[in-house]
Design a protein around this ligand. Sequence first.
Ligand code: AP5
Length: 215
Amino acid sequence: MNIILLGPPGAGKGTQARKLVEERGMIQLSTGDMLRDARSSGTEMGKRVAAVMDRGELVTDEIVIGLIEEKLSGEQGGGFIFDGFPRTLAQADALGELLNKLGQNLDAVIEMRVDDKALVARITGRFTCGNCGEVYHDQTKPTKVAGKCDVCGSTDLKRRADDNEDSLKQRLMEYYKKTSPLIGYYYAKDALSVIDGLAEMDAVGSAIRAELDKS
Ligand code: AP5
């Protein structure tokens, strides 16, 4: 089963994708994580995209489609969760073609609908484990022991350079201009389901599972 989690920055895509990896053995393909790995490993591409990401703008279609293409040709496990991809109509078309070439389907596109006002609090309170990638929040999901990851015990807890109000405004602008047209695109393909991303984390997880079980 291959699915897309669609929603603005802070909608909870990464949080829910990690649950699906644990529960269903699916493979999370987050273009944001791939780009952050490229920047921290200092590759030429990583250097080129760093400033673009910090400004909250989108990286070029060519780069992200290339990253996804590389991952799709590898292991397929219980299917792919596309998290933060596609983000433009060109990326959506490219994904359709890539899946087609592999003889695979896109089984569900789940739009996680949230109120913009909630996103500032979500984004500015977020931190992640630099070792295992677990996502936390100062108020809604703190670590059990301050400064220590609940999952792997690492003390390498980090905040993202683009998790500030200015960058969030730009990221939201990019979302509404370039990504939100995908809602209509997938609706027209009968692939879209909408869930309430503002609900409590476990309730969001249950709503996603219910949608996947229908597909
Ligand atoms: P990316 O890393 O994809 O960031 P994003 O889309 O802005 O999404 P986020 O990771 O910020 O949010 P999320 O929805 O995963 O929320 P999370 O689960 O962490 O992209 C970063 C940048 O890379 C882009 O700006 C762009 O430059 C570039 N890029 C990436 N992909 C690209 C592409 N395809 N094309 C071009 N450029 C690309 O949750 C947020 C917080 O809320 C957490 O603290 C969490 O604990 C908390 N939370 C989650 N769910 C709930 C809940 N239900 N209730 C309360 N709190 C919750």
